[in-house]
Design a protein around this ligand. Structure first.
Ligand SMILES: [Zn+2]
Length: 351
C-alpha cells in the first residue's frame, strides 16, 4: 500500500516535471531564422517566439525543395503550418515551389508584390496560374510601409515585419516612380541600366525583434537598392543581411551595404549560381561585416572568394542540402549562427 502510494506520487511528480519542461521550452523560445538550401533559389523560414511562422520564398518547382522546406519546418523548427508565405517576386526559384509546399503544409496567408499589369516577359504564365490556383486568388499585395502583423509572445520584446520595397518603389514614392533617383550625397555607385526583369519589383522587408534587425530584399537590384540608401537611409542599421539576389553583382550595391551596415551576411547561393567574387569582396570591404556565411561553396571561384569552409553549409555540388540556422535569444541581446552539418556555432551581440 505504502509503496503503491509512493509510486503514484513519483509518477505524478514526473508528469508535472514533464509538463513544466515542455512549458519551459516554449517560454524560452527566441526568434529563429533558417536558410534552407534550395540550390540557388530562396527559402527563408522565420519562426517567432510566439511560434508563428513566416516562409519567405519557396524555392524551385521540384519535390526536392518542398520536401527540404517541409522537413526543416516540421523536424527542426517544430511547426505544423506556415502562417505567412511571402513571395518576393515571380521568378521560378522563388515562386516555383509554392504549390508543392502548400500541398505539404497548410498555409495561412499569402503575400506578394502583385502581378504587373499586362504581360511581363519574365513572369511565366504557367507559374502565375499555379500560384493563383494555390492561393485561390486570395493573397495580400504589400506596399512599402506595410507590415505583416505578428503576435508578440508574453514577456518578449516587440516584433515587427515591415515592407521596405515592393513593385520597384520605396517608402514615400508614388506608383510609376522611376527606378533611379539622383542622389548628390552618394555619387560613388552610379546607376546601371534600368532592370527590365521582375527582380527590381522584389518585395523587401526588415524584421525587427527588440533591437535585433534582419534584412531580406529578395532579388532587388542595384538602382532600387540605391533608393533605399540615398538620400535617406530607409533601412536603418541591421544585424543580419540576407545577401540579395543570391549574391549576384547587379545587386548588393555597396551604398546599401554601407547604409545597412550588417554584422553578419548570409548568402543563399547555389554551387554555380550567385555567391560572386565581386559581392564577396564588397561584403569583406564593408567594415561592419564580421562574418559571411554561404549555403554553398561557389565551385567556380577560388577559396579566397568564398567564406572559410566552416562557414559554408554545402561544399560540393552533390550535397545533402544542409541549412544554416540563426537563433536570437529570447531577450534579443545575442544571436547565434549555426552551420548545420559543420558543427559551427558563432554568437554575436545584437547592436
Ligand atoms: Zn532568385
Amino acid at each position: 500500500m505504502r509503496s503503491a502510494r509512493k509510486a503514484i506520487v513519483v509518477a505524478a511528480v514526473a508528469a508535472l516535471a514533464a509538463i513544466a519542461g515542455i512549458a519551459g521550452a516554449a517560454d524560452h523560445r527566441g526568434l529563429d531564422i533558417y536558410w534552407i538550401d534550395v540550390e540557388g533559389g530562396a527559402a527563408t523560414l522565420i519562426v517567432t517566439p510566439a511560434g508563428e511562422s513566416v516562409l519567405v520564398d519557396a524555392g524551385w518547382p521540384l519535390p526536392r525543395d518542398a520536401d527540404r522546406i517541409a522537413t526543416v519546418a516540421t523536424q527542426e523548427a517544430g511547426i505544423r503550418r506556415i502562417d505567412h508565405l511571402v513571395t518576393t517576386h515571380w521568378h521560378i526559384d522563388h515562386v516555383g515551389g509554392v504549390p508543392g509546399l502548400a500541398a505539404r503544409l497548410p498555409v495561412g496567408h499569402f503575400h506578394d508584390h502583385g502581378f504587373p499589369s499586362g504581360t511581363a516577359p519574365d513572369v511565366d504564365p504557367t507559374l502565375k496560374a499555379a500560384y493563383l490556383q494555390t492561393t485561390h486568388g486570395r493573397s495580400t499585395v504589400l506596399h512599402p510601409g506595410d507590415e505583416i502583423a505578428l503576435t508578440r509572445a508574453p514577456g518578449t520584446p516587440e516584433i515587427s515585419l515591415r515592407v521596405l520595397a515592393a513593385d520597384g518603389l520605396v517608402a514615400g514614392e508614388a506608383v510609376g516612380a522611376p527606378q533611379t533617383r539622383p542622389c548628390a550625397a552618394q555619387p560613388a555607385h552610379p546607376p546601371i541600366n534600368d532592370d527590365t526583369s521582375d527582380n527590381f519589383r522584389s518585395l523587401g522587408f526588415r524584421l525587427s525583434y527588440g533591437a535585433f534587425d534582419f534584412l531580406d530584399l529578395g532579388d532587388l537590384t542595384w538602382n532600387v537598392e540605391h533608393k533605399l540608401a540615398c538620400p535617406k537611409n530607409l533601412v536603418g542599421v541591421v544585424d543580419v543581411y540576407q545577401v540579395t539576389h543570391h549574391g549576384a553583382d547587379n545587386s548588393n550595391n555597396p551604398a546599401l551595404l554601407a547604409a545597412a551596415a550588417p554584422t553578419v551576411a548570409v548568402i543563399d547561393n547555389g554551387a554555380r549560381k550567385g555567391g560572386t567574387a565581386a559581392v564577396y569582396r564588397w561584403l569583406r570591404n564593408t567594415p561592419s561585416v564580421k562574418d559571411v556565411f554561404q549555403l554553398h561553396r561557389n565551385v567556380q571561384t577560388p577559396a579566397a572568394d568564398n567564406a572559410p569552409p566552416e562557414q559554408v553549409a554545402n561544399d560540393d555540388e552533390a550535397c545533402r542540402g544542409e541549412w544554416i540556422r540563426l537563433g536570437v535569444d529570447r531577450d534579443a541581446k545575442r544571436y547565434t549562427v549555426e552551420v548545420h552539418g559543420k558543427g559551427t556555432k558563432r554568437t554575436y551581440a545584437v547592436k
